[in-house]
Structure formats: C-alpha cells, structure tokens
Design a protein around this ligand. Sequence first.
Ligand code: ATP
Ligand code: PRP
Ligand code: NIO
Length: 497
Amino acid sequence: MSSSQENAPLSGLYASSLSLVTDLYQLTMSYGYWKQGLQDREAVFHLYFRRPPFGGGYAVCAGLAYAADWLNNLRFAEADLTYLASLRGKNAPLFPPEFLAYLRDLRFTCDVDAMAEGTVVFANEPLLRIKGPLLQAQLLETALLTLLNFQTLIATKAARIREAAGDDQVFEFGLRRAQGFDGGLGASRAAYLGGADGTSNLLAGQHFGIPVRGTHAHSWVMSFEDEEAAFEAYADAFPDDAVFLVDTYDTLEGVRRAISVARRMRAKGHELGGIRLDSGDLAYLSREARALLNEAGFPHTRIVASNDLDENLITSLKQQGAQIDTWGIGTKLVTAYDQPALGGVYKLAALRRADDSGWEYTVKISEQLAKTSIPGILQVRRYETEKGQPRADMLYNSAEPLPENLTIVDPVDPTRRRPIRSTQYRELLEPVFRAGKLVAPLPTLQESRAKAQREIASLDLSIRRFLNPHVYPVGLEESLNTFRMNLILEKRPQRPA
Ligand SMILES: Nc1ncnc2c1ncn2[C@@H]1O[C@H](COP(=O)(O)OP(=O)(O)OP(=O)(O)O)[C@@H](O)[C@H]1O
Ligand SMILES: O=P(O)(O)OC[C@H]1O[C@H](OP(=O)(O)OP(=O)(O)O)[C@H](O)[C@@H]1O
Ligand SMILES: O=C(O)c1cccnc1
C-alpha cells in the first residue's frame, strides 16, 4: 500500500514492509472476499475493549501514532508476496498468482476516525473506527489490535503509577524485563505517554525524545575495592549528575558512605544528586536515610527507590511515611504484571448494502449482553460540566439522525437509563485518515502526554481510585439501543420451550 514517509508520525519506525504482521486468517478471508468479488464492499469496524484494565475505572488511549505509522507505510513488498506464494494448502497453493498481483497493487484507501492519544476512554467505546473496502478493513484487524491493546494497557498502568506517586518523579526502568526489544521500546513510549517522567531506555530516548535518566548498578559498587571508592569514582565521572546505589552491602552504612563522598564533592563545588534504595524495607530505610542526609546538611539530595514497585506498593509506602521522592519502576510497569493484556476487540458493525441503498448494520451475538457487539457507525460524545469535568459518554450511530431529547441506556443493563441534560460536549472520534491519507499531522508524544494528564485530572476521584472505582456512565443513545435490541432479537434463534 502507499508509502508517504514525509507524513509518518513516528518518523518511519514502521517504514519497511510490515504487512505480514497479521494472522493467516486475515489473508485467507481477504482472498475469499476477493474471489467472491466482495473486496470493495464498504464496511465499518470498531476497535474497543470491554473492561478497563487492572480493575480500574478508566484507560488511557494510546497507540494511534504507531497505528498511523504502520498504515501510512502499509504495502505488500515482493518478499511478502514471495512468501505468501510459497504457502500451500493440501492440494494447491493457498493464494493464486492473480490474488497476489492484486495485493501487490493494493493501496490503503480507508477512512480512520480515532480518539486522540491521551484521551481517557471507557469500556465499549471505540478507540478507532475504520471505514473502507471490506478486504482492507478486515486486513487491518490484527496489527491495529496489537498496537492499541499494548500501548493503551501500558499507558493506563503508567497513569495509575503516576496517580500513586503524586508529584514525585517516576522513571521507567523496565527494558531488561520487557517482552523483547519491541515490547521494551513500546512500553517506554506508552509509559511516558501515561505519565512517567523519563526512561532508562536509550532507544526510546532516541526515537521518541523521552528524557533519559539513570543511576548505576550493583556491579559498579562490586567492581571496586570498597563502596566508598565506587562512589568516589562515580562522582569523578559525573560530579553533577551522580545518584549512588547504597544497598549493595548494608543500606544505612551505604548512606553514610554516600554522605562522606557527598561532603568531599561539595568541597569541590558539586552536589550529590541522590541515593537509590533497591532492597529491604523501603519505608523504614528511606526515613532513616532522609534523617541521615538531613542531619548531614543534604536536605535536597533525592531518595530514589526501586524493587518490584507498582501503584499499590507506592501507595502503601507513602502511607508508611516513606521519604521517597523518585520512583524507579521496571517489571510491573512494562509487563503490565497484574493484567498482561487489554483484551481489546475489533468488530464489524456495518456493511454497505449490495444495491448501495444504505447501511446494513451487523451484530455479533453472545450469551452475555456485555459481549454482544454494537452496530452502527459509532461516534462517542462526551458530555462535560462547564469546568470540563466528564459527566457521561453517549455512543450513537452517526449515520442516523439524533432525536431531540437524548437518553443514554447502559449497554449491559438496558434498565439503567439517564436523560441527557448537559449541552456541553466533545465528539471523541476525530478524522485521522481520509481515503488512505493522513488528514493532519498527529500530536507529538509530549502533547499526548500532557493531554493524558489533563484528562485524568478532570476525572472525578471516585473514578480514579484503585479500589472499587465508580463506573463512569457510558450509554447507547436510546434509539441505537432499541435498534441493537431488535437486531439481537432478529438474529438470535428463538427456540420453542
Ligand atoms: N515497607 C514496605 N512495605 C511493603 N512492601 C515493601 C516495603 N519495603 C519493600 N517492599 C517490597 O517488598 C518486596 C520484597 O522486598 P524484600 O526486601 O523482601 O526483598 P528484596 O529486597 O528484593 O530482597 P533482598 O534484600 O534479598 O534483595 C519488594 O517488592 C519491595 O518493593
Ligand atoms: O524491580 P523493577 O521494578 O523491575 O526495576 C528494575 C530493577 O532492575 C534493576 O535490578 P537488577 O537486579 O536487574 O540490576 P541492578 O544490579 O542494577 O540492581 C534495578 O535495580 C531494579 O531493581
Ligand atoms: O538507572 C537505573 O538505576 C536503572 C536502570 C535500569 C534498571 N534498573 C535501574
């Protein structure tokens, strides 16, 4: 598909052909559509999740820049086609040469509407809406899910860690524990978007302009005769940027040695930046370390803590009066340890009628209403107070007229309804691609990060809390709900009792 590098939001990180980052069935379905002459039938898909991750009340939308980069550079290269040509079924090649020739010439021509990165998003709301030829729109499913699921998951985890850390510094230290190079790079990006202040990951610094930060490892201390010599040597290399890891042998002894070196640094006109604690009782040790540093005249030397931390431990440590002002978070952030996948899905919601007389809406039925998809060409409207605090979100079919009096209906429990009184709202899905072309440059990562901070700050605390958060009201506009219910009744077999 077409390549327009000058517009690539991630400066062509995905510039080389990555059209095979998909599941085989996307290609077999594509061939099937092509064989039936259905490839150009217009279709609409939505990408959404059914439950916010980590038992939380919201998620932070992320991954659009990656998706846009991938879409912008999408094409089937000769090597991809050669590989596809090599695939065989039981009796014949899976894909005939005529279809591969079609793929060679295929150009991405879909419309994409999406929530901006950093938008706070709730269950059942499309993060992305794809409208375009059925074959293309289907083909995008796997890669879009891969990109948005992971980015949104990690950005949300980072937002929770940021919530727990308050105004403290948060650095992401997870590369070594990440799911491979690409997992590490993507996690650093999403963590920053969600609220981390920096990363130890240099590749993420280079690619995304994320501030890079770091201290030193235990091996540094272990490779010197003694701890004090190690600190001296580190201060010699970085007299104005040193943070000493003090727990290699005995943490409080380590703090005392750091202070001795800090005094000598000060005599030469330099200040010790901080110390890092990486084991033991971080509440107790940080309080003791703070007292030692303060008594010695180093009240501004920061205390960094690391060691399998997450938002719950940070909250607990703060409750225990920990004197930690910088948090280094690795494993639990970059692997989304307590919920390793978001579970976002990509569902067909509308097809252009064969006679071009309008839309035929589609629904995937499930035993549970929560898992039954939502038909239509959806838009998400966020109603807000005058101060910009979100009140309720309405999903509606943008292809049908809206009634004058609006009521939203809970998609999972249709007996729960709310009339809409507010007149102030934002439409969350914004045009990103039209006919396969980016409509405008996407926001920078820094802008998306700032947006996430603003959006989270505007949420009621009851939705932000970790334990049993309040469920933010998201409803289907009443006529959409009625339509969906009728469609379910029409499609579901009515078995006699
Ligand atoms: N005051 C505290 N309250 C709750 N959890 C804490 C506290 N201090 C540290 N932890 C956490 O407890 C977990 C285990 O820490 P622990 O000190 O037992 O192991 P460790 O420091 O990794 O072990 P070692 O001292 O052998 O390196 C870590 O996730 C750490 O962040
Ligand atoms: O605990 P995490 O949240 O995953 O944060 C990253 C961890 O990676 C480092 O440990 P490691 O033992 O790998 O190396 P070190 O010698 O530098 O401590 C660091 O000291 C942290 O403990
Ligand atoms: O710079 C650090 O302190 C650091 C980097 C990676 C992992 N853990 C710690």
